[in-house]
Every structure is written in C-alpha cells, then in structure tokens.
Design a protein around this ligand. Sequence first.
Ligand SMILES: NC(=O)c1ccc[n+]([C@@H]2O[C@H](COP(=O)([O-])OP(=O)(O)OC[C@H]3O[C@@H](n4cnc5c(N)ncnc54)[C@H](O)[C@@H]3O)[C@@H](O)[C@H]2O)c1
Length: 270
Amino acid sequence: MSDVEGKVALVTGGGTGIGKGIALLFGRQGMRLALNGLEHAWSADNQYETAHIGGYSAAQAVAEEIGGDAFAIDADVADEAAVEAMFAQTVERFGRVDVVVNAAGVITARPIAEMSETEWDNIMDVNAKGTFLVNKAAVIQMRAQGDGGRIVNISSVAGKFGTATLTHYCASKFAVIGFSNALAKEVAREGITVNCICPGIVGTQMWTLLNDAFGEPGETPEQTYARFIEGYIPQGVPQTEEDMAELALYLVRAPHVTGQAINLDGGAAL
Ligand SMILES: NC(=O)c1ccc[n+]([C@@H]2O[C@H](COP(=O)([O-])OP(=O)(O)OC[C@H]3O[C@@H](n4cnc5c(N)ncnc54)[C@H](O)[C@@H]3O)[C@@H](O)[C@H]2O)c1
C-alpha cells in the first residue's frame, strides 16, 4: 500500500500535458482525484488561438482512464467564484483536500510592440491570478482541516530567466515563484508546504502550438522544437511529464521542503 493512498488531490489543468502526467502518477498511487479543466475560455489570447480550449473534456477522459472515484470539474482558475465552487465540489465528493497542484497555464509569443493589453491580461490572469485564487482556496480549506497540506505550483524556467517575446509569460511565472515563496512563509507553522516546479521543455500541446509562433522561415515544427532543445537545454533532451510527476509526488511526501522553486530542466537555470 502506498503511503499517499487515499489522499485527496485537486489538479488544475489536469486533463493534458504536465497536469495529466501528475494525475496519472497520483492515480496509480491510489490518491483520490479531482481534475480541473476549462472547456471555454473568455479569451482566444492563448496558445490555442481559440476560446474553445477543451480542457474539461480532456480532464473527463483522464478521470475515466484513472477510474475509481476520479472526476472532472469545468472551472476557470482565473474566476474566484468558479474556483470556490471547484473546491466545494471536491470537498462534497471527498470530504477534504490534502494536495493541490496548480498546472493550468497559458502562453503566447509576441514582440512587446505588438502585444495587446488583453493578451497581457489573459496570460497574467490565468498564470498569476489563477495561482493566487487556487492557492487562496487551498489554504482556506487546508486550514479548516487543521492537519497541514501540500501545494505545488507549476512555474517554469521562464520564472528564472527571460526569453524574448515572452515578456508577459515570464512576468507571470516570476510572479508564481515570488508568490509561492511568500505564501510558504505565511503558512509554514500550519504544516502546509508551498513549492514550485520549474520545468524546462516538455513536449506537451503547449509546445506543439508554440512551434508555430517560434518557427523561422522554412523550418518545420519539429526543427523549431529541436532548435529550442539544443539552444536551451544543456543535456540536449526534453523533460517529460513523468519527470514532473515524480517531483510532484516527492513534494507531496516531503514535510520539510517549502518555499522552493525547483528546476527540472536538464541544467538550463540556476
Ligand atoms: N510544456 C513546457 O515545456 C512547460 C515548461 C515550463 C512550464 N510549463 C507550465 O506547465 C503548466 C502545464 O502546461 P503544459 O505544458 O502541460 O501545457 P497544456 O496546454 O497541456 O496544459 C495547460 C492546461 O491548462 C488548462 N487551462 C488553460 N487555461 C485555463 C483556465 N483559465 N482555467 C483552468 N484551466 C486552464 C488547459 O486546458 C490545459 O489543460 C503550465 O503552467 C505551463 O506554463 C510548461
């Protein structure tokens, strides 16, 4: 029997990519899972270039794959009422929340002079404000339970150094790290840990869509991706969803690691 068996985890962005990888490993450990995704966004300023982002359908499919009592919740992490309802649904189903992983995120790539105010707002809303709202709800719930908790926020190497055309995204990911470190100190005496995982490059749908934005004339998407791995990742290979899941599981088990922003990036950032 796993030491985390039966623990209740809420994973935002749990239907795809890194969130899905974490959900699948947690599921294999016997954790009870609420998987968040968003079906329709308020803006098309994201990597999908459409407001229909399909995150809820994806989360439903992952919940079915995991089986048992795993279930999906359609909620926008940037909407406080929706986040509160998401926590209420999880508590109604499982009675408590032990672990929150915040993997929802959006990205675009745009030179500063062409970046619109709404594009900036949307990236900051989902990545930075979404982290605030999900963490706030998590702390309120965990505090009420009175026996600690684990919060894992997915930042990025883009929260450690800048990349041209990602000013908004880097600002949002730096914000996630500062926020998490401050919150970790605020709740340290309550047994709630707050940490960030900073992935380098993971070949999720986010990257598939970014390849178009980053592509140089005449380059195939595969060549763009390979160029970024070569240029950014000292080990010369991408990281995987499974890498992120193993670190997330470690953080769930680690009572004395808090306030950290841990790079899992093949040597890219300090
Ligand atoms: N893939 C990488 O190389 C990489 C590197 C560093 C950091 N990250 C971060 O990892 C996290 C997961 O990204 P991914 O690579 O798995 O891509 P992804 O596109 O598969 O995952 C993002 C998820 O967020 C969900 N989402 C978007 N807006 C939402 C909203 N408003 N409310 C709720 N859910 C919403 C999407 O439906 C999707 O499931 C993101 O925060 C991303 O910034 C990814």
